[in-house]
Every structure is written in C-alpha cells, then in structure tokens.
Design a protein around this ligand. Structure first.
Ligand SMILES: C[S@@+](CC[C@H](N)C(=O)[O-])C[C@H]1O[C@@H](n2cnc3c(N)ncnc32)[C@H](O)[C@@H]1O
Length: 429
C-alpha cells in the first residue's frame, strides 16, 4: 500500500534526474511520482522510504510528510504539530529535535516557530502517556522538519538522519571537496552510463579527494550509496530489522565488477593519497586507477576516447597548480619584485592561462573525448577558447554553477574565435 507522502529534497536543477532515480529505485510513476521545485514528491510505502535512503545518490534526505496546512501564526503551527500521531513514529523515551526551513515566511522568529512545534510534540506525548520526550539538539534520535512558505506549513519526520551526501566513506577531505550528491548530479547530467550499450571510460584529471571517480565507480559496480551508513529510520517505530536486512542483502548481491575503466589524477600527490584511501573505504579501490600528475601534461589514460568529468581549480583558495601554477607564482614573484622597484606589471590570476593551456593540450591529445566541467565561472568557455555543446545549470550549495560540455574534435571545428565571450543564455539542458 502506498500510504505515505514522501518528499525528497534536492539541489535546484537536479529534480528531473532525481525523479528518474526514484523511479528506478521504487518503480513508482505517474501521479505517484511528481517532480516539484527543489525536490520530488512520492506516494509510496515505508519499504520505498528504505529503498530510497539506500539507493538515492541525488536526494538530500528522505522525508515523510505528516501534516500540511495554511498558517498565519505560531499558534497555528502548534495546532498543526499537535494533530500528528507522533506516538506511531517514536516513544517518549527517545530524544528529538525540530529543524525549520523557510521561504518568505511572514513569521518574525523561526526559533520561536520551532519552539512551538517542540511544545506541541512534547505536550501530545505527555497527554497520551504522562511522559515528555527530551530535546537533544546535537544527537537526537528523531528529527522533525518544519517547512514554511508564505502561507503553508508542512511537518515532516526525517527517515535519513545525517544528510544523504554523507555516504560513510569520506574521512580524507581535500581543500574543496565536492558534495557526493553534486558529483552524482554531474554524472547524471553527463549521461554517462557504465551499463549502457557502449560504455566509455571516465576520467577526472583534477580528481582531488576523488568524489567524482568514487561515485562513478560505485555506480559502475552497482554499490548502493547507503550500504556503509546508518539511518534515522532504524530508530523509528515502523522499523523492522528483517525487512531492512533483506533490502540490504538484495543490494549487496547486486554488486559486480566495473564494466568500464575509471581514472583519476591530480597534481597534488597528497590528494591522490586521500582519493585512494576514500576509494578503499567506498569499496571501489579495484575499479579506479589513481595517479599523480599535472592535467596540462597528462596524456589520455587509455586508448579509446571517453568522458572527462571534473570541477577544475577555481579562485584563489583552490588555484591551478602544476605548470600553470608555477608560471603564476613566477609572475607573482616578478610582480612583487617590480612593485618593490616601483614598477607596475599587468597580471591575470583568473586561471585564464591554465584553461587556455588545458584546452590546447586537450585539442592536441584528447581528440574524440568529451569534457564536462563544473564551474561557477560563466566565462570558462571563453578562457578555453572552446564553444560548449551543452551547459547545464547546477548549484553548489548557494553558488550557481554551470556544467559545460566541450566536444574535443580534431582541429578547431568547435574552437571559439579568440577573445569571444561565453554565451549569455542557457540552453540544451
Ligand atoms: C576544485 S578541486 C577538485 C575537488 C574534487 N572534485 C574533490 O571532490 O575533492 C580542484 C583540484 O584540482 C587540482 N589541481 C590544481 N591544478 C592542477 C593541475 N595543473 N593538474 C591537475 N590537478 C590540478 C587541485 O589539487 C584540486 O585537488
């Protein structure tokens, strides 16, 4: 019976990919699976909630919607939360926490809104059983989510706990690791399918701590992203260990060797070590080949053309290193010397040189490959002097990015005239 309303929040731009993923995980379709803004709404079973926690790479969490009503004041929120039969979800011996998100809520204090919902939950338990559950803001057994819009309030119980991007394998972080959910969104948007008819190799030449290659390798090996972590639903009353164990056993028996090669490299050997250790914890050490090396010098890691997928260095904190980095630091030294002698020298530290050299290297040696690059820099195609064939809007937290696709054809068929600017409008998504 599909008795539950389940909401899967996700980053903007990812909704369509998440709907496809939820359909593959549960088989739900039509009115049982609706794509909305910022997430996907399902009419689904408790078992589906468990399946989605285990298999979703794109959802931020799996929420069960328990009440939805118009509201105008904090008292309306108290009434709304009082109407929920919390006693079928948890007991007063368990601690809980209320988290609030809001879009254009007219309420002055979201903290006070959370307090009213907390009171409603505790008062309902005390009226039913004489006991109030404790609040624990750090390590609650149960998380309740309140979402407020201008005039509607929705109350959810969270079946995930820690957000789903925490897969349980990352211990070694780089300076700017991608969230696993965003790496998975890049893979989905690129259309890379290791189980398709003609799968191509995947290569991240700026792999950092390995997020893209590890997500790709888990997809290729059919390793469910949630196999190595715990979930909040394990503490909720509907939880039955034998059902969950059967779901996990089924997922474990689906694991296979990767049908394609997956490569990663980074100029920083420290990062390559991190990526290697993360890959081991993620169970994909056999499926990925990781090496050190400057992207401006590395030759293709395999004979047949494939797909490159990367978020390249950007900005000062994660500036390009290697050959281009040396040039940049030499320029910086010269600038400093010039300034000391009262001379001004022109400089561009926007990665322009790195990207034009990268494009030249790729045009020469990576014919037939496609390169998908995630960046907040809308001028990237101009810096690469390449015309993108696709641009997909994606959000890295609050930062609006584009995933650009460049087809590296022989010669300059897709080359952009020197100095021309990026396309102002989005297309081809
Ligand atoms: C934005 S980070 C990538 C983060 C990565 N996706 C992750 O999840 O950890 C950019 C990476 O590019 C690497 N890098 C910088 N210059 C490079 C170069 N010339 N060749 C190869 N890698 C480079 C940095 O060491 C850094 O790890």
């Amino acid at each position: 019976m599909n008795a539950l309303q389940i909401f899967l929040p996700c980053a903007a731009g990812v909704e369509g990919f998440l709907a496809d993923e939820a359909h593959r995980a549960t088989g739900l379709a039509g009115n049982d699976l609706l794509t909305g803004r910022g997430g996907v709404l399902l009419r689904a079973s408790w078992r589906d909630a468990l399946l989605l926690n285990l298999h979703s790479r794109l959802a931020q969490r799996v929420l069960v919607q328990l009440a939805l009503r118009p509201y105008r004041s904090e008292n309306d929120l108290y009434e709304l939360a009082s109407s929920v039969a919390w006693e079928i979800w948890f007991t007063p011996r368990q601690s809980f926490k209320v988290e609030v998100t809001a879009q254009h809520s007219p309420l002055k204090s979201l903290n006070f809104a959370a307090l009213r919902v907390k009171d409603a939950v505790a008062d309902r338990f005390r009226a039913k059983s004489g006991v109030r559950p404790d609040v624990n803001t750090q390590w609650p057994d149960v998380r309740i989510h309140l979402h407020l819009t201008t005039d509607e309030a929705t109350v959810y119980i969270d079946t995930s706990g820690e957000p789903l991007f925490k897969r349980g394998w990352r211990e070694d972080k780089g300076d700017a690791p991608l969230k696993e959910t965003l790496a998975a969104a890049m893979i989905a948007a690129s259309g890379w399918d290791p189980h398709g008819e003609d799968p191509v190799p995947l290569y991240d030449p700026c792999c950092g701590s390995g997020t893209v290659v590890i997500e790709a390798a888990q997809i290729a090996c059919r390793i469910a992203p949630g196999l190595r972590r715990r979930f909040a639903f394990e503490k909720l009353l509907p939880y039955q260990a034998h059902v969950w164990n059967a779901i996990k056993n089924e997922a474990t028996s689906a694991i296979q060797a990767s049908p394609v090669s997956i490569f990663g490299s980074d100029v920083s050997h420290r990062m390559v070590d991190f990526a290697q250790r993360n890959a081991e914890r993620a169970g994909v050490a056999q499926a990925v080949q990781l090496r050190g090396g400057d992207a401006l010098q590395r030759m293709p890691p395999c004979d047949s053309p494939g797909l490159m997928l990367l978020n390249p260095p950007y900005g000062e904190r994660i500036a390009a290193a290697g050959t281009a980095g040396q040039n940049a630091s030499e320029r910086a030294t010269l600038r400093a010397q010039g300034a000391a002698q009262g001379r001004e020298t022109a400089h561009t530290d926007d990665g322009g040189e790195f990207f034009s050299q990268l494009a030249a290297h790729w045009k020469k040696h990576y014919t037939g490959w496609s390169a998908w690059m995630l960046t907040p820099d809308l001028k990237l195609p101009g810096k690469m002097r390449l015309k993108e064939s696709r641009r997909v809007p994606l959000w890295n937290g609050p930062i609006e990015c584009r995933l650009f696709r460049f087809d590296l054809v022989r010669g300059s068929a897709r080359a952009r005239p020197q100095g021309s600017a990026a396309e102002p409008s989005d297309g081809g998504t």
